[in-house]
Design a protein around this ligand. Structure first.
Ligand SMILES: [Zn+2]
Length: 119
């Protein structure tokens, strides 16, 4: 795979080697990585993304949401409970929606740039 198609496959939660197998289990445990790719057999237990995706998400969300909340406060000046509900909901939705693609992206980057870890 080219570097771009590898990146796209990673964001789509697909295997970084073949781009076809799913990285995550389905059903209730859909946040859990599979042990191996069901298409090419890549051992996914060798990934070492650890807390990287969560930390990356915290930095990006914090840098994006705090200025948006400050601008919203200056323009609209809503009651505090509106801020709590609005920004809490947005933060939760963005976190839940993007954690798997970001974890998958980190795994894809590690696969591309640290190939010795996967042998
Ligand atoms: Zn694969």
């Amino acid at each position: 795979m080219t570097e771009i198609s590898s990146l796209i496959a990673s964001i789509a939660c697909k295997c970084p080697r073949c781009g076809e197998g799913d990285l995550f289990n389905t059903g209730l445990s859909n946040l859990t990585l599979r042990d191996a790719c069901d298409k090419c057999g890549l051992d996914l237990k060798k990934n070492d993304s650890a807390d990287g995706p969560a930390v990356f998400l915290i930095f990006v969300l914090g840098a994006a949401l705090v200025p948006m909340a400050l601008i919203f406060e200056n323009l609209v000046a809503p009651p505090l409970w509106v801020h709590a509900v609005l920004w809490g909901t947005i933060a939760l939705a963005v976190t839940i929606g993007s954690l798997k693609p970001i974890k998958s992206l980190v795994i894809g980057i590690q696969y591309r740039h640290r190939p010795a870890d996967w042998e």
